[in-house]
Write a protein that binds this ligand. Structure first.
Ligand SMILES: [Ca+2]
Ligand SMILES: [Ca+2]
Length: 97
């Protein structure tokens, strides 16, 4: 198993900061947050990318790619298995769900 929790998370937004950005409702901030997750810049967040990003913020051994895929499935409105920027925006509007 990969035990490496990448602690040089300075490229990544903390959950606190992320929450503040979401509360802002500012689309530039959203774009920046989205890019933190979208490692390869294809404007889609895959389960693997979501997992890696979350693990950097919240080291959690139980956070499997499967769980991330479930999270994505809940947010994935068009069913393509990845989170687009529009879906990401929608997520921030329904984060209490
Ligand atoms: Ca991507
Ligand atoms: Ca999608």
């Amino acid at each position: 198993m990969v035990t490496a929790v990448d602690t040089d998370g300075d490229r990544f937004i903390s959950i606190e900061k992320f929450g503040a950005l979401l509360d802002d409702g500012d689309s530039d901030a959203l774009r920046i947050a989205f890019e933190e997750y979208d490692e390869n810049g294809d404007v889609m967040i895959t389960a693997e990318e979501l997992c890696r990003a979350l693990r950097r913020v919240v080291p959690d051994k139980d956070l499997t790619v499967e769980k991330c895929a479930e999270m994505i499935a809940r947010l994935d409105k068009d069913g393509d298995g990845v989170i687009s920027f529009d879906e990401f925006k929608a997520m921030t509007a329904t984060k209490s769900s």
